[in-house]
Design a protein around this ligand. Structure first.
Ligand code: AMP
Ligand code: MG
Length: 335
């Protein structure tokens, strides 16, 4: 953990989100870098009208943030839901929320998308500090996914002081939206990296790098080879600060309201769905290796855990699919 101190927390929030490297860039491809959802995004497309399609992907993601996910934009679904305590759901939103509730239940509350006001007390994005213990306990008592109801086409907050925060799922939702668009176009291959959640699209083999938790945004600890899908990483190095030798990071234990304390540096989850990979990476981080692996397995996903002992636990991933890039780490195959 001591090598992490070199990274400045404020910068970590925005600059260090990108973790993917890819050998998929070819002369045929076009690329686009942009900033949305408070993180850096990178997109690569091969196929007809690649440039136009990149711009379309960018505007789809920007619109998604503005109209759905953002807690700050007055026009967004999440803003209105938090303000009014209820909101009407589309079919697509119903599916997303049912999935999140399902993972909340399966993870025994380790995943909880109602912690918005608790996260705000820590203020990881901007001038973070340790909240007052009593204020934290009181704020936490108003959160809890089990207070959320979905009925008659609406989502209803049982406690009006609960604050919905899609920080652990929004980037995955962005990937699913991008994928739906790509499927309507004549595109051979695309890679969309939404701040650490990545869509690998097309009938091809992709090589992706898992971010080195001790390194900078482009430093990788291992490379994995995949035939498409979505891959998301949650790490304690993304948004954090240090006080009196303790590292406080942005993934919270919903039972205490404090950052999760365990032996993990990061968790990477691979599966077909963007939202599921994003949600599971956060949930698995909270649960730790044993329970996290079981959770990933339940959803047919692969989870890779990197520990503070510099071990990379690859779970159900084949050893042939991973290549070590940093010899300070060792690969552990649990199977
Ligand atoms: P991710 O980077 O996908 O792991 O998401 C982390 C973000 O999700 C945080 O910055 C918070 O906004 C939110 N969050 C923190 N802890 C949890 C949790 N236990 N369950 C769900 N969302 C969380
Ligand atoms: Mg997540």
């Amino acid at each position: 953990m001591k090598r992490i101190t070199a990274i400045i927390a404020a910068l970590a929030a925005v600059v260090l989100a990108v973790f993917l490297i890819s050998d998929a860039r070819t002369a045929k491809g076009e690329t686009l870098d942009f900033f949305s959802m408070n993180t850096y995004m990178h997109a690569e497309i091969e196929g007809r009208n690649a440039k136009e399609n990149l711009n379309e992907i960018k505007s789809i993601i920007e619109k998604l943030d503005y109209s759905l996910l953002s807690r700050k934009s007055n026009n967004s679904f999440v803003y209105q839901l938090n303000k009014n305590g209820e909101a009407s759901l589309t079919k697509e939103l119903t599916e997303y929320f049912l999935l999140m509730i399902n993972v909340s239940q399966s993870s025994n509350g380790a995943f909880d998308f109602t912690l918005g006001s608790v996260s705000d007390l820590w203020s990881f994005g901007n001038n973070p500090s340790i909240p007052d213990k009593n204020v934290l306990a009181d704020t936490l008592s108003h959160s809890g996914y089990e207070k959320i109801a979905i009925k008659d086409g609406k989502i209803i907050l049982g406690d009006k002081s609960a604050v919905i925060d899609l920080g652990a799922s929004g980037k995955g939702i962005a990937l699913d939206s991008a994928k739906k668009y790509l499927e309507t176009q004549d595109i051979e291959k695309a890679i969309i990296n939404a701040g650490g959640s990545v869509l690998l699209y097309g009938d091809d083999t992709f090589t992706v790098g898992i971010r080195n938790p001790y390194g900078n945004a482009t430093s990788t600890v291992a490379e994995i080879t995949l035939n498409g899908g979505c891959i998301s990483t949650s790490g304690c190095y993304e948004r954090y600060f240090e006080e009196n030798g303790t590292l406080y990071h942005h993934i919270l234990d919903p039972k205490t309201g404090y950052p999760v304390q365990n032996n993990l540096l990061s968790v990477t989850v691979i599966c077909e769905s963007g939202i599921l990979s994003d949600v599971l990476s956060t949930a698995c981080y909270v649960l730790g290796i044993e329970k996290g692996s079981a959770l990933a397995e339940k959803y047919g996903a692969t989870a890779i855990f990197i520990t503070k002992e510099n071990e990379i636990h690859i779970g159900t991933l084949s050893e042939n699919s991973i290549r070590l890039m940093d010899n300070d780490f060792v690969i552990r195959s649990d199977g």
